[in-house]
Design a protein around this ligand. Structure first.
Ligand SMILES: Cc1ncc(COP(=O)(O)O)c(C=O)c1O
Length: 484
């Protein structure tokens, strides 16, 4: 007889011992993260070791794990570190990490089956619907992140407001108008990607100017809508920002909601991180109007501090949501009883059919920490942004480059004799040196043509002293470079 194989261990106790070591090691790693550099580049010899040939024969799991500890674990992106403030990248939590392990153990396929994972995801979505003040019955889906969350919202927007059957005819069919989406010039690139992938093309995306506060100019938006109607185009959607990626600005969401209603447009809000401000009663007024969105995209791996990847889209009109994504071949049709009865049709709310149990880490974290803990941390990050802004303002060698309404601070080093492109080059060098020194990881952007060091705080490990050290280091490096 031909022997039959499996990937289960020959000796479960051996794997159990290894698993216990892994858990101990990774918890130690997280507990001591502050003592390591915020980031370091992968050394040449490690890169060479990782460029391995295809493994045809087995290596003992202990040996693979030892290589992981030597060649992989020491060189992370760095966002677990208290001084990582680049882009908008969250920290992760030890408990949610363990939840991911449990979810992998169950290995649920959360498409549309009658299983507990679907109930957990459904509950998590209902909690966010309640938190954000959307009506009960609002539909939702956990996705890989903000980009996919924007894509799902904009896909529903396009189909619901096109005025013709996009699913059958496609966009650009003869006799159909060009569909137009509006957003501020500060809107995240994922919205542009979504507009492109939805077949609308860049020529269908109107990027409206912003004021000095980086919020959309609503009057200019009104004018653009009127001009498009006159030209025979069909405006379909306005995207409002709750926390822009560059500066954390939030558009006038109340005004945008009213304009959408008056114009019959879909109101999509990109609240990738800013939406979470709503958890704090003190910060909630900043994102007022968000609850009037037709669709809302937000991330849980940013300002909910959960490990990658997890974001969410909420869609007020569950019929429109499902109508955008349902395609039910016979092999996926629900039956009256059995596993394909009574589940929630998550696969009919987005692009993915096969989906993992991302909801478990969200559910466990929300229950174990409680919403108030997240609200306090979000408030703490906003207070830290203000603290940093004050340090910058008080330091003659630093300049604040934008208002700080939320958790993002844009600054640069200034020195006599440096201006324009020379100052940009100097600040670019400061940024690279501070990252390479492993002191901190801010990122960069360009504001009104000026290169900015950008600190986005979605980090539950940061302390005020971390911002003191950051400011001291920027000034030290800047002074040394400017003096050269
Ligand atoms: C405002 C905003 N929208 C969308 C995104 C995209 O989210 P993700 O990186 O989770 O796809 C980001 C990411 O930083 C963002 O800041």
């Amino acid at each position: 007889m031909i022997p039959e194989h499996s990937l289960d261990p020959a000796d479960w106790d051996e794997l159990r011992a290894l698993g216990h070591r892994m858990v101990d090691d990774v918890l130690d790693y997280l507990a001591t993260v502050r003592s390591r550099p915020a980031w370091r580049s992968v050394p040449v010899d490690v890169r060479a070791r990782l460029a391995e040939p295809l493994p045809l024969e087995p290596t003992p799991p202990e040996a693979v794990y030892e290589q992981f500890k030597r060649d992989v674990l020491p060189y992370p992106t760095g966002n677990v570190h208290p001084r990582f403030w680049g882009w908008v990248i969250g920290t992760g939590t030890p408990l949610a990490m363990l939840a991911d392990m449990l979810a992998s153990g169950m290995n649920s396929q959360v498409a549309e089956f009658d299983d507990a994972a679907a109930l957990v995801e459904n509950r998590v979505i209902a909690w966010f619907v309640e938190l954000f003040g959307l009506p009960a019955g609002t539909s939702g889906l956990l996705v890989s992140g903000g980009s996919m969350a924007n894509f799902v919202g904009l896909a529903v927007a396009r189909n619901a407001r096109a005025g013709f059957d996009v699913r059958t005819q496609g966009v650009g069919a003869p006799g159909t108008p060009r569909l137009i989406v509006y957003a501020s010039s500060e809107t995240h690139s994922s919205v542009r990607k979504a507009v492109q992938l939805l077949g609308l093309g860049d020529e269908s995306l109107r990027l409206i100017s912003v004021g000095a506060d980086y919020r959309i100019d609503v009057a200019a938006l009104r004018t653009a809508i009127a001009a498009d109607r006159t030209a025979g185009h069909r405006p379909v959607c306005i995207v409002g920002n709750a926390g822009t990626v560059n500066t954390g600005a939030t558009d006038d969401l109340v005004g945008l909601a009213a304009l959408c209603r008056a114009e019959g447009l879909w109101f999509h809000v990109d609240g990738a991180f800013g939406a979470l401000a709503c958890l704090s009663p003190a910060l909630r007024p900043l994102v007022a109007g968000m609850e009037r969105a037709d669709s809302l995209a937000f991330d849980l791996h940013k300002w909910m501090y959960l490990p990658y990847e997890v974001g969410c889209t909420l869609v007020r009109d569950q019929v429109a949501h499902r109508a955008t994504f349902t395609v039910t071949p016979s092999y996926l049709a629900a039956l009256d009883r059995g596993i394909s009865a009574g589940g929630f049709p998550f696969a009919e709310r987005g692009m993915q059919l096969s989906r993992g149990f991302r909801a478990l880490k969200v559910w466990m974290a929300l229950k174990a920490y409680g919403i108030h803990a997240f609200a306090r941390l979000i408030e703490q990050n906003v207070a830290q942004a203000r603290y940093l802004a004050d340090l910058v303002t008080a330091q003659p060698r630093l300049e604040l480059l934008a208002p700080v309404p939320l958790n993002v601070v844009c600054l640069r080093y200034v020195a006599p004799g440096f201006a324009g492109a020379r100052l940009d080059v100097l600040n670019r060098e400061i940024l690279m040196r501070i990252q390479e020194a492993g002191v901190a990881v801010p990122s960069h952007t360009v504001l009104d043509g000026r290169f900015a060091l950008r600190v986005a705080i979605t980090n539950h490990r940061s302390r005020r002293e971390d911002f003191d050290l950051f400011v001291r280091t920027v000034v030290e490096i800047g002074d040394a470079l400017a003096g050269d």
